[in-house]
Design a protein around this ligand. Structure first.
Ligand code: SF4
Length: 224
């Protein structure tokens, strides 16, 4: 297991990631594997880069990989990923048609006994990693981008973005013809009672469906 992280890092440990300019998605993936632009790589197993087809019209941007993603090197394969898979299926979206990625590409965690507990990435972590997802989106040029949770929403729409206020409609960004905001699937896992969890899941599916419509129909679903 990688070394437990230190609780804080000197500001000098953060700089902007530098994706190679002419690289395609696989070139970006290879370069990101060696990224050392912020301290998160030190306590993670590996970089978890985005995955999906280069022709994907729909991109899902999450926060950061979790414990299982860190071990296996793929995004959205843990409990939150399974919930996302179920929601995608219900929204009529094939996961294999989407590009799935995260705003931060290394797992940030704190030790709790034998467990590695998720720790939200800080603003400097997100800022350091930003060039990677921007480079992914420049190559993909998707019709629709879905920000899953506040970290992704704020990375794309700015610090004032709020999931509950900003979901349910398309936003104009330079990254996709239409950008949407919704909850992170891990937040749905934490909803305590079943009725509320089902309601939250239904809203999540409706948000994904909206994005799928924009990805399929192009400008119709884009912000006016
Ligand atoms: S989290 Fe992002 S910026 Fe930091 S080392 Fe990993 S890939 Fe690089």
């Amino acid at each position: 297991m990688p070394a437990a992280p230190r609780r804080s890092s000197a500001s000098g440990e953060h700089r902007l990631a530098e994706p190679p300019g002419g690289a395609d998605l696989e070139g970006l993936r290879a370069a990101a594997a060696g990224c050392r632009a912020c301290p998160l790589w030190k306590s993670a197993t590996q970089t978890v880069f985005g995955e999906g087809p280069a022709a994907a019209r729909l991109v899902l941007l999450g926060e950061q990989p979790g414990d299982r993603e860190d071990r296996e090197g793929r995004p959205f394969i843990g409990p939150a990923g399974r919930l996302l898979d179920r929601a995608l299926a219900e929204a009529g979206i094939a996961r294999e048609d989407c590009w799935l990625t995260n705003a931060v590409k290394h797992f940030k965690w704190v030790p709790r006994g034998k467990l590695r507990l998720h720790q939200s990435p800080g603003a400097r972590d997100v800022a350091s990693c930003r060039p990677w997802w921007e480079a992914e989106l420049r190559r993909l040029q998707p019709r629709a981008l879905v920000c899953l949770g506040a970290t992704a929403a704020q990375a794309v729409l700015g610090r004032d973005a709020r999931v509950e206020r900003d979901r349910g409609r398309a936003h104009a960004t330079p990254h996709a013809a239409a950008t949407f905001v919704t909850a992170h699937p891990s937040a749905l896992l934490r909803v305590p009672d079943e009725a509320s969890r089902e309601a939250a899941f239904a809203r999540f599916v409706a948000d994904l469906r909206r994005a799928a419509d924009a990805a399929r129909d192009g400008p119709q679903g884009a912000p006016g």
